[in-house]
Design a protein around this ligand. Sequence first.
Ligand code: SF4
Length: 277
Amino acid sequence: MPDKIQRIMIDAGFTCPNRDGSAGRGGCTYCRNDSFAPHYCRTTRDIARQISQGKKFFSRKYPHMKYHAYFQSYSSTYAPVSQLRQIYQTALSQPDIAGLVIATRPDCLSDDTLDLLYELSLQTHVEIEIGVESCHDKTLTRINRGHTWQQTADAIQRAASRHLDICAHLILGLPGEDESDIIQSAHQISLLPVTSVKLHQLQILRGTKIAEEYALHPQDFLPFPTPQDYITTLRKFLKALRPDIKVRRIVSTAPPEILIAPRWGLKPDEIRRMIDM
Ligand code: SF4
C-alpha cells in the first residue's frame, strides 16, 4: 500500500516582488501570510528544524507517514536559482521527505527556475502551486496583484512544457466580480494544462488593505455570500471546470481572531458536508 503523504509547511524566508517594489508595493490587498502558517513554521528556525518539528506534530497521529515539503509562504521561487537549489535540496535531504510543493506567483517562474524544477521532478515529486486568483485583469488590478492574466497563462504553459504538476489557486468572490466572471475563470483555467485547482472564498482579514477598503466602502462588498450562496457559485464553477482537473480545496477558514468577514461560524468539514448534500 502506498505511504500516506502529509504536507509540512516551511517558511524559508522568501519575500515577494509585490512587496519589495520589483512588481509592486504593499502586496495583494487581501494578503496576510500568517493566517495560514502553523506554529512550527518560523523563519527563525532552519528548514531541517521546521521539518523535524512538523514531523513530530503529525507523526503522533500517523506514525508511518511520508511528507511533502510545502513552501507556502510568500513567493517560494523568488530567489536566484543557485539559492533555490540549495533550499529545495536541503528539504529533500531530510528523512521521509518524498517531494516538494512550491507556491509562487506567475511572474516568479523564469525559464531557469522552471528548468531547475524540471530537473528535480526527474528525481522526486514536484508540484507548483501558482497564485492565479482571477482570470480577469480588471480584478487583478483592483486587488493589486502586480501581474496580468497573460503572464499567468504564459507561466502555466511554460511549466507544463516541462511536464510539471500545476495547481492553480483561485479566490472566488473577489471585489468587482459577479457569478459570470467567476464561471468565466473556470472556463479560462480549463483551457490551460493545469492538473488541479485550489479554491476558497474571499476572506477579509484584519490588518490587510482590503480590510481598510471594506471599512471605508462596505457597499462595494455587500452582500457577502452566505455559505449557501457560496456553495451555489462553487457548484457552477466546478460544473464549468474541465472534468480531469482535480479539486484540492474548496473553502478556507482563517482564525476567528483575524477574520472580519464573512463570519460563517462553520468548520471546513461542515461546509464540505453541505456541498455533498
Ligand atoms: S503574491 Fe502572495 S505573498 Fe505576495 S503579496 Fe500577493 S498574496 Fe502576498
